[in-house]
Design a protein around this ligand. Structure first.
Ligand code: C3B
Ligand code: PLP
Length: 826
């Protein structure tokens, strides 16, 4: 291994022997058991404790260095962090994986069995939460002072299973028996107020002051999860807040005999951090969700201010130099009026000074254009939950309309209505996107095309007001977790071919392109893919009892279930293939296994119907002898980070088939390409940039472009035309209404047909069907040419170096955050 880039063995350079002794020490002293009777859980925990000795050394060093150097730091505010497991990640980042594997093996344990003892930390829904997890990995790796703030949910994203093909949700209790990676910090508890009323008072000089008399006070208890950078030098922190009642009992109520009432208040306070909302679009309107947002923003701001004051006392002038806060979508936008409140009501700052400060601190990332995901909160709800904040929002809005909008568009009331942070109507609403743009110094989208659409379609007037405010930062993924740790065979080949520096300099992978036509490298590359597929086939057998053949094309669509992501387009094409096979028993196709992984939001009916249809159709096809194994369909239950880590290295084909303009970026697309899968995709989100990098010969692009989608909608889209004009589409949709796939129960799968016909097919599934089927045909013919396919797969891995989250972070640093790396001495 190259010395300059190999991860250091962590502090003290633990040897295998030391590690063994430490694991046994922790079996004894932390777990109270011994080698003869310890369970796998106990072995896992003892190993975590041994690893933590090194993690905590790094944490202390990092915090000391940042404190001594009084560094400017990034504060990432996110309601979601989809971390997955930390065991192998921490070992890899500390450079200890091989030693730990060896140490455990000498102790008679298999490291993979221990890895399976860990529950996923699934405190997020999908792309947005996983992005946050990749970003904090890169921030630590690049030695940027940064802290992630969020909620310490007791229950993460629900666990999914299938009963007769239907999704069943069960609660996720990821830390039922405690989580070895976290540290409770009672010394940094914060209190947060909600409800109540605002009183206007005047001091002796006659100056008006607003006094908020809260109705309830909640305690925020921080839990710190160390975030170990690759090479172990910086260890940053993810600080997650848990809610508790501010006093265990409300003594007044208790003393007057209201024991039950007092206990109930306790439960209500704890409810705030109880569960993650399982929607990946919006839950606006739900009081608890607004309280969650405010709770973690308020705790985090107070934490930041506490730390700032320790170094700078009451001198606020350096605050914007020291603190930058990134709002991960609008979910934490209430931090803007909260900081204003703290500065004005608590620090006695003038409005102008407070606002000037706020506007230097916040930056906002937009992650979606979907109208249902743009958060809007009823003013009524704000008045009830955050009565002081709604006043502040009104004042922010008043000044914005008078000082900005009316200056650029004098007397233009339509513009004012459109730009107002408060949407008028029977039920006035607070527009959190508008608030975020007005209160931030930078606004970015997450892929080139998305950032353009944010500017042209979502906030064109804001761009006219502040052209320099808007920018792009294309998403990325951490190659440590998403290649080195999850695909060790490929990682080894890359070490050999391009050197071992690629995990921190992913562009080095481009050197692999030189070997794209080298028969030996092609064989090696495809042999690795084959082994990964064989491993995954065993997993499929274990979890679903379905046999799949690793010689077939593994065609994978993994992501949340959403109409815009169009799993049903994939399904219609599967039905088309099945029908062609039935009509022509000799139908010639390369055997293909279509594999899905997706959770549907529990309240999203059609999404659940799509899951049911895929499962029912899979049942039929997988058991139909006439298919002769040309076609298999598998729906993996409980898609999550840990499953993604097994699926991605085994994929030949990556399905990225959203309606153009709807997927802001995608990050699964990057992970699959990085692991050598060929994308079938629309010109949407980051697919466009992937195509630019890998070249059109190495990706199967299909479908309407963003402009064509707009033109079609403008002209008037009639999905019935496609139904009537394309006999294959008609036959497939009609098939769904029969009882062919649900014997004795005709119509059980009809919801999909109805959404595409009577429902108007809002995501243009039928419009893109023909072009999609052609792209799939293309994949089939590409795959028949073995060397040609190997070349494409290799070039996908070689040419997607741009999509490391390290590059995204450097883009944020230069375009938004202005941070300086801070090397931490061991
Ligand atoms: C997602 C978007 O849907 C993806 O296109 C994007 O890659 C990721 O964010 C990360 O930027 N997203 C999400 O997961 N949840 C939301 N509420 C909004 C967007
Ligand atoms: N869910 C999990 C577990 C992931 O790992 C990812 C990204 O890889 C996503 C969701 C987001 O997938 P996509 O970008 O395809 O929406």
């Amino acid at each position: 291994m190259n010395k300059a880039t190999s991860p250091k063995t962590a502090a003290g350079g633990a040897s295998t022997e030391q590690l063994k002794q430490n694991i046994i020490k922790h079996l004894h002293s932390s777990l109270g058991t011994d080698v003869n009777k310890a369970s796998s859980q106990a072995w896992w925990r003892a190993t975590c404790a041994a690893v933590n000795e090194q993690v905590f050394d790094g944490l202390r060093n990092t915090q000391r260095t940042h404190y001594q150097q009084d560094t400017r730091a990034l504060h990432y505010f996110s309601l979601e962090y989809l971390m997955g497991r930390l065991f192998s990640n921490n070992l890899h980042n500390l450079g200890l994986y091989a030693q730990a594997k060896q140490a455990l093996s000498e102790l008679g344990m298999n490291i993979a069995d221990l890895e399976d003892q860990e529950e996923d930390m699934a405190l997020g829904n999908g792309g947005l939460g996983r992005l946050a997890a990749c970003f904090i990995d890169s921030l630590a790796t690049l030695n940027y002072p940064a802290i992630g703030y969020g909620i310490h949910y007791e229950h993460g994203l629900f666990k999914q299973s299938f009963q007769d093909g239907r999704q069943i949700e069960r609660p996720d209790s990821w830390r039922e028996y405690g989580n070895p990676w976290e540290i409770c910090r009672p010394e940094s508890v914060q209190e947060v107020s909600v409800y109540g009323y605002v009183e206007t008072v005047y001091d002796l000089q006659g100056t008006m002051k607003k006094v908020w008399h809260p109705g309830r006070i909640i305690k925020g208890v921080p839990w710190d999860i160390p975030v170990v950078g690759y090479n172990g030098s910086s260890v940053n922190v993810l600080r997650l807040w848990e809610s508790r009642a501010s006093d265990f009992f409300n003594w007044d109520v208790f003393n007057s005999g209201g024991y039950i009432d007092a206990a109930r208040q306790n439960i209500e306070a704890e409810t705030i951090s109880k569960v993650l909302y399982p929607n990946d679009d919006t839950d606006a309107g739900k009081e608890l969700r607004l309280i969650q947002q405010y709770f973690f923003c308020s705790c985090s701001l107070k934490d930041i201010i506490r730390r700032y004051k320790r170094a700078h006392g009451d001198d606020w002038s350096k605050f914007p130099q020291q603190v930058v806060i990134q709002l991960n979508d609008t979910h934490p936008a209430v931090a803007i009026p909260e900081l204003m409140r703290i500065l004005i009501d608590r620090a006695d700052m003038s409005w102008d000074d407070a606002w000037a400060l706020c506007q230097q601190v916040f930056a906002y990332t937009n992650h979606t254009l979907l109208p249902e995901a743009l958060e809007r909160w009823p003013v009524r709800l704000f008045e009830k939950v955050l009565p002081r904040h709604i006043e502040i929002i009104y004042e922010i809005n008043r000044r914005f309309l008078v000082e900005q909008v009316d200056v650029l568009w004098p007397g233009d009331n339509a513009k004012k209505r459109k730009l107002s942070i408060i949407e008028e109507g029977d039920e006035p609403m607070v527009r959190m996107g508008h608030l975020s743009v007005v209160g931030s110094f930078k606004v970015n989208g997450v892929a080139e095309i998305h950032s353009k659409l944010v500017q042209s379609d979502l906030f064109p007037e804001m761009v006219a007001l502040w052209p320099d405010k808007f920018t792009n930062v294309t998403n990325g993924v951490t190659p440590r977790r998403w290649l080195k740790a999850c695909n060790p065979r490929l990682a080894k080949l890359l070490d050999e071919k391009v050197g071992s520096g690629w995990p921190v300099d992913l562009k080095l992978l481009s050197k692999l392109a030189e070997f794209a036509d080298d028969a030996q490298v092609q064989d090696n590359f495809m042999a690795i893919k084959q082994q990964n597929k064989a491993d995954f086939a065993k997993e499929v057998k274990k979890l679903t009892k379905i046999d799949i053949d690793p010689a077939a094309i593994f065609d994978i669509q993994i992501k949340r279930l959403h109409e815009y992501k169009r799993q049903h387009l994939n399904l219609l094409h599967i039905l088309a293939l099945y029908r062609r096979i039935l009509q022509n028993p000799d139908y010639d196709m390369v055997p293909r296994v279509f594999i899905f992984g997706a959770k549907a939001a529990p309240g999203y009916k059609l999404a659940k119907e799509i899951i049911y249809a895929i499962n029912k159709i899979a049942d039929k096809i997988n058991n139909d002898k006439r298919v002769k194994n040309r076609l298999k369909v598998v729906f993996m239950p409980n898609y999550r980070v840990t499953l993604a880590e097994k699926m991605i290295p085994a994929a030949d084909v990556s399905e990225q088939i959203s309606t153009a303009g709807k997927e802001a970026s995608g990050t699964g697309n990057m992970k699959l390409a990085l692991n050598g899968a060929v994308t079938v995709g629309t010109l949407d989100g980051a697919n466009i940039e992937i195509a630019e990098e890998v070249g059109n010969d190495n990706i199967a692009i299909f479908g309407l472009t963003v402009d064509e989608v707009k033109a079609l909608h403008a002209k008037g889209y009639h999905s019935y035309d496609y139904y009537h004009n394309n006999p294959e589409i008609k036959a497939i949709l009609d098939w769904l209404e029969t009882d062919y796939f649900t014997p004795g129960k005709p119509g059980e799968l009809a919801a999909i047909k109805h959404s595409l016909l009577e429902g108007g097919d809002p995501y243009l599934v039928l419009a893109d069907f023909e072009s999609y089927a052609k792209a799939q045909q293309q994949i089939d013919s590409w795959y028949r040419d073995k060397a040609g396919w190997a070349r494409k797969a290799i070039l996908n891995t070689a040419l997607v170096g741009k999509f490391t989250s390290d590059r995204s972070i450097e883009d944020y640093v230069s375009r938004v955050w202005r941070l300086t790396p801070c090397k931490v001495a061991n």
